[in-house]
Design a protein around this ligand. Sequence first.
Ligand code: SAM
Length: 290
Amino acid sequence: MKVPELPTQSSGTLYVVATPIGNLEDISARALRILAEVALIAAEDTRHSARLLQHFGIATPLQACHEHNEREQGGRFIGRLQAGDDVALISDAGTPLISDPGYHLVRQARAMGIRVVPVPGACALIAALSAAGLPSDRFIFEGFLPAKMAARRARLELLREEPRTLIFYEAPHRILECIEDMRLVFGAERLALLGRELTKTFETLKSLPLGELYDWVAADSNQQRGECVLLVAGWEAPAGDEQVSAGVMRVLDLLLAELPLKRAAALAAEITGVRKNLLYQQALERQKGA
Ligand code: SAM
């Protein structure tokens, strides 16, 4: 029987390296070492990243890996990794794959059994959340909303009763219309935070109810420039309002079909953020009616 040939060389490692979102001091010592040591850097925009590398005196060759060529180029990077070379993946700013290219390459590498190592660092959504003073134990990241108003409002409607803190990226030229739609859908009283130009000279973190935030941004065109993250407080059932939404009742009913009443109410509260006692009462009503 023929003995399979043993690989003479094991695969290299794909490092997913976060770079700064503005302030160059935010790059980590580990990121700099890895960027200097790898054989090749896969970059979203090679010209943009060349400036970053030059600043830190790093001469590692760059190759493009952007959303238009990621699938085709992936094979080239995988080939280098399989040949034993270490490769670093970076995007223009922050953490690759977070509203940035890299997903296909990482997925392909993992499927081929290649070691993928995160080198964490700056990420705009986490930076904003860490300083927002909004509940941070649970949150959802929605990335960019649709550019067209009807689709954007429809997306926001689906999120109207989301109890976790909501996080969005938005382009500066759409920030005002986006806040306007949020005010319409979530209500003018819902607390929000605009994080703009984080870590840069004109960094702004402004926390106001959506109605006031809209007026504040509308009154100052400077607030409609630069890079922005929007955070919106999660939905809370109005105090004293004993109404539970149809969506929450659906969750409760599904759990009641499988679990004892108390456990179902507790889990439904965990999932939806609605008060446990209120759900317990609803579950009792359901049982009485059954
Ligand atoms: N991968 C990046 C990260 O880790 O945050 C995000 C890339 S995404 C293409 C770019 C968006 O991130 C911008 O439109 C903005 O919404 C947000 N962003 C990036 N840098 C920012 C900053 N310094 N301040 C506020 N938002 C920022």
